[in-house]
Design a protein around this ligand. Sequence first.
Ligand code: 5GP
Ligand code: MG
Length: 178
Amino acid sequence: MESITLQDKNFRTYIPYTEIDKAISRIALQLNRDLKEEDRPVFLSILNGSFMFTADLMKKIDLNCEITFVKLASYSGTRSTGTVKEVLGLCDDITGRTVVVLEDIVDSGSTIANLLNDLRKRNPKQIKICTLLFKPAAYKADIPIDYACIEIPNDFVVGYGLDYNNLGRQYKDLYVID
Ligand code: 5GP
Ligand code: MG
């Protein structure tokens, strides 16, 4: 498939699945190597966008680990920082454990910054950030992105879990706005 239309916008193929798969394999090797001494690390997948990435990545992970899924609720905080994101649905006890956050895309970094604020209150041993896509030119946070499968310029992409107005998540390849 070369191009798709979602509502009012056209998108063209950007990164084919074969390339995504290679990038994920490379990161999986690093995770397997870096975390092999950890006691039951928790992979924390952020829904909805990360579902496809999580499924493909985890098939390549051979650690004794757990996988769990959370959603982020956005609300306008009273603080001047604006939107605050709270983790919904994290029942697992992460105290003293290594947590690997699985994100679909890191853009400005505000989502990750808010998420870490919440997770740190639960006293994990350490938190690693692993994202399928990373936009370095847009990134404003000071949190290191430990594992980024693919770096992209400041373009709007859909497919492979990512949406445009909730559409387009099911496509195997990544598309960019035309
Ligand atoms: P941040 O908080 O890092 O600025 O943005 C992260 C969130 O913005 C992502 O989880 C995603 O929901 C959305 N986002 C940022 N860039 C893109 C993009 O290129 N395509 C899509 N579909 N969503 C994006
Ligand atoms: Mg996301």
